[in-house]
Ligand binder design. Sequence first.
Ligand SMILES: *[C@@H]1O[C@H](CO)[C@@H](O)[C@H](O)[C@H]1NC(C)=O
Ligand SMILES: *[C@@H]1O[C@H](CO)[C@@H](O)[C@H](O)[C@H]1NC(C)=O
Ligand SMILES: *[C@@H]1O[C@H](CO)[C@@H](O)[C@H](O)[C@H]1NC(C)=O
Length: 270
Amino acid sequence: MYSIKLYLCIAAICVFVFLEFPKFKGNEHRCGIEASGNLIHHNPWLVYLEYYVGDHQKEYRCSGTLISPRHVVTAAHCVRKIKFTRLAARLGDYDVSTEKDCVTGLCSDPNLSIQVSEIIVHPDYDGKEGDIAILKLDTDAPYTDFIRPICLPSNPIKGNVTLYATGWGEIPTIGMYSNIKKILPLPNWSLEQCHRVFENLPDKVLCAGGEEGVDTCRGDSGGTLALVKERVEFVGVTSTGCQRCGTKGYPAVYVSVYDYIDWISLVTKH
Ligand SMILES: *[C@@H]1O[C@H](CO)[C@@H](O)[C@H](O)[C@H]1NC(C)=O
Ligand SMILES: *[C@@H]1O[C@H](CO)[C@@H](O)[C@H](O)[C@H]1NC(C)=O
Ligand SMILES: *[C@@H]1O[C@H](CO)[C@@H](O)[C@H](O)[C@H]1NC(C)=O
């Protein structure tokens, strides 16, 4: 009797361990959530990329998206078309012009920079197709209210939705880079409509925006395009757009994360 109880008990522990383990490993219940509605907490997965040449930090060019403690997704052109000797991922920043960031009395933890130890560019990248890359971090990113991964998309986008792009890039019409993490609500476009605007549209992309003055722009590349569901999902990587950002009738182009999900899963397994 006792041994059966013990056996059941061990079995229960095993079941518990097997059921619980993937949550810790794959962060299912920890991705895609924001700590509050305060702006300081929005998009805690957005990563500021620090480009170095030797010990000298160069100007800001691109951002990325945290998807696991060790992996950041960015655009391939952000790591292929820019010269640098090393790259670091700055996590948990909000206002890049101040050391201590506070919004309506709520202050973030100090930012955290982690070295990038490996850069994996999608094998299809040729300057146009496959503009996606994965950065492997040297150490695990801690998850806090200011640093958190986004969820990978569960389904392709359906219907008319509002997507949210984020970045520290140029503000259209003002022509200056944003110090604070921008959040841009953008309507989705169908690919059919988008093909009419861009004759040379790459495969496996999404188009969004096309509104006057609200658009991703220079410096937003590699950043997040998100869809808000019960949890926030990572639907696009900011890739390209027209030279004059924020022109009505011209959406911007985002690499469709859903179309690269098998490659992302494969790369992030190691
Ligand atoms: C980021 O944090 C470091 C200290 O870890 C600090 O020296 C630096 O000023 C911070 N940068 C910004 C832009 O907040
Ligand atoms: C989606 O939006 C387009 C134009 O913006 C409209 O013509 C269409 O009826 C909408 N579809 C749905 C399902 O709301
Ligand atoms: C995106 O928006 C357009 C309307 O502008 C709509 O017709 C289309 O079905 C939407 N969804 C997708 C997945 O393209």
